[in-house]
Design a protein around this ligand. Structure first.
Ligand SMILES: Cc1cc2nc3c(=O)[nH]c(=O)nc-3n(C[C@H](O)[C@H](O)[C@H](O)COP(=O)(O)O)c2cc1C
Ligand code: SF4
Length: 451
């Protein structure tokens, strides 16, 4: 199997990786309220490093507290968090696995504002509320944009100081960068809105600021939505086309990015990202946590909760999935990006079968693939491929229960059929990464004062 293209090493400008399978970004609530990361996150990430992936691209890591999607995700907004990220990097490196930190900002796509963002409109390119959930927001001033550009550069610097192997800008899936890039969302009239060049200005300024702060030899990749498909609700505009995104990718390359990670969709989740089923029973039991987060959430909750109404949402969602296979859902877009630029391309979306991945890479559509759910289900997927198995014995069913549990419950696989219907075994697997320290430390108390 040594000649298998999946296991041939990558030698990019600033990153060497032992194979072509990256663990794609997966967010979960493992960390402390202040954004400091925990042992549980280290345990979570090490499952995939141990399982044999060449590199891990982290969860959504906010560069500012006002850019969180949900509280309880590790952040990179403070210098004193550098040693914590360093520990995580060291842990993953023990398995000869690289660690790329995803620098992120929610903008208006903030699912659960948390105590830091409560009762405040989130920042965005626009004053218009997000269309699906009705998250309220306000357009950033130029001063706020400048401050945010700096926050991304500082985050990249902290990642480098922590000894991590690179950073990824989360410029996909509806978060702050998409809110600037997308013609369907950005309605500004200043130099950050209007033409494609203006809409791309914020992203390009961040790339240049990062290069200025960390120099040319630190890996920097950009996750991008190649097509917006913004019209989940039929009255919304479609947003950016493939041709527009290809131009953005060329500018991103010129500004100093080392690689592109290709996704689709101008919101998250989206019918095509992650592709697969929509688990109504799951979302009906978790979406209540978001009821106060947006002006449309109560309407959506009713559509999820009552089976007689579910057809409405099912129709809206599945309309976009027609004609798209789950496996390799955005491979065509990755291929188009790879033809448009000279930097390497990672394709994400539905990779679980070795034969498909082999074909994707060998055909030149991409240089590597990233996988999220297939690895949640089977963290040792690369090892299974290495011994010649095409697909795991208990594959991910792409049910999306892991995703739709995320607002309320721990991250992990919730597909009971994969545990032979054994609920206890499923819970035990979910809990297996949580840290139970043998001793609890008590605070020191000053000696009692004499009256
Ligand atoms: C539970 C869950 C959390 C995710 N969190 C993130 C995230 O924080 N950042 C991101 O860019 N993508 C995130 N994604 C998207 C994945 O990285 C991936 O691109 C997408 O799921 C398609 O890959 P897959 O079919 O292998 O799951 C998440 C997906 C899932 C299922
Ligand atoms: S819950 Fe499990 S089977 Fe379903 S998509 Fe997530 S990882 Fe795959």
């Amino acid at each position: 199997m040594s000649e298998d293209v999946i296991f041939s090493p990558l030698a990019w400008r600033n990153l060497q990786v032992k194979n072509r399978l990256f663990r794609s970004n997966i967010s979960g609530r493992f960390d402390n309220e202040d954004g400091s990361l925990t042992q549980t996150r280290i345990n979570w990430e090490c499952q995939f490093a141990r399982g044999g992936v060449g590199a891990i691209v982290s969860s959504f890591v906010p560069v500012q507290m006002e850019g969180r999607i949900i509280a309880g995700y590790a952040t990179i907004h403070r210098d004193d968090f550098i040693p914590l990220w360093q520990r995580l990097g060291e842990a993953v490196h023990r398995f000869d696995c690289k660690y790329i930190l995803q620098l992120s900002h929610s903008g208006r796509q903030m699912d659960l504002p948390g105590v830091h963002n409560q009762h405040r409109r989130s920042l965005s390119s626009t004053d218009h509320q997000e269309s699906l959930h009705g998250f309220l927001c306000r357009a950033m001033s130029e001063h706020e944009i400048e401050r945010t550009v700096q926050a991304f550069a500082d985050g990249a610097w902290r990642a480098r100081e922590a000894g991590l192997d690179g950073v990824e800008l989360h410029a996909a899936n509806g978060y702050l960068f998409t809110q600037f890039l997308s013609s369907a969302i950005n309605d500004r009239r200043d130099r950050y809105g209007g033409s494609l060049a203006n809409r791309a200005r914020f992203l390009l300024e961040v790339i240049r600021a990062i290069r200025e702060r960390v120099g040319p030899d630190f890996h920097l990749q950009v996750k991008i939505s190649a097509v917006d498909h913004n019209d989940i609700l039929p009255w919304e505009r479609k947003g950016n086309t493939l041709a527009e995104s290809l131009q953005v990718c060329r500018w991103v390359e010129t500004a100093g990015a080392d690689a592109l990670h290709v996704s689709v969709g101008s919101l998250f989740p989206h019918p095509l990202n992650p592709p697969g089923d929509f688990a109504f029973d799951t979302i009906a039991s978790t979406y209540d946590a978001m009821l106060s987060a947006g002006t449309n959430t109560f309407r959506n909750y009713l559509l999820f909760r009552y089976s007689s109404l579910r057809w409405i949402f099912r129709w809206l969602w599945s309309r976009h999935q027609r004609g798209h296979a789950v496996e390799g859902v955005s491979l065509d877009e990755a291929r188009a990006v790879r033809q448009a630029v000279d930097i390497p391309v990672i394709s994400t979306g539905g990779y679980q079968r070795a034969s498909l991945v082999r074909e994707a890479i060998a055909s030149g559509a991409c240089d590597a693939v990233s996988s999220a759910r297939a690895l949640i289900a089977n963290p040792d997927l690369p090892k299974q491929w290495q011994v010649g198995q095409d697909e795991p014995a208990r594959p991910c069913t792409f049910c999306n229960k892991c995703l739709l549990n995320a607002p309320k419950n721990p991250l992990g696989c919730y597909e009971l059929s994969r545990f032979d219907g054994d609920h206890e075994r499923m819970i035990a697997t979910l809990m297996s990464i949580y840290d139970t320290r043998p001793e609890l430390r008590l605070p020191s108390v000053p000696p009692a004062q004499n009256p």
